[in-house]
Design a protein around this ligand. Structure first.
Ligand code: SF4
Length: 57
């Protein structure tokens, strides 16, 4: 079981995220998670990748 990822008061540098339904999303298309994990190893197209850190807000 993973520790929950911390939500910070800062923006994850270099990350633009438009998933406003995510608990970690910050106004202006930013991510405020301490760190993120992207899946999937077998992805062949952009649409086949996604953020595994996502939590429904
Ligand atoms: S955790 Fe993932 S989906 Fe959520 S705001 Fe950050 S990058 Fe976007």
């Amino acid at each position: 079981m993973h520790e929950p990822i911390e939500k910070t008061n800062e923006h994850l540098s270099g990350v633009k995220c438009v998933v406003t339904s995510c608990y970690y999303n910050a106004q202006g298309n930013y991510c405020s998670a301490e760190e993120i994990e992207i899946q999937h190893p077998d992805a062949r197209e952009t649409q086949e990748t996604d953020c595994a850190t996502f939590i429904k807000s």
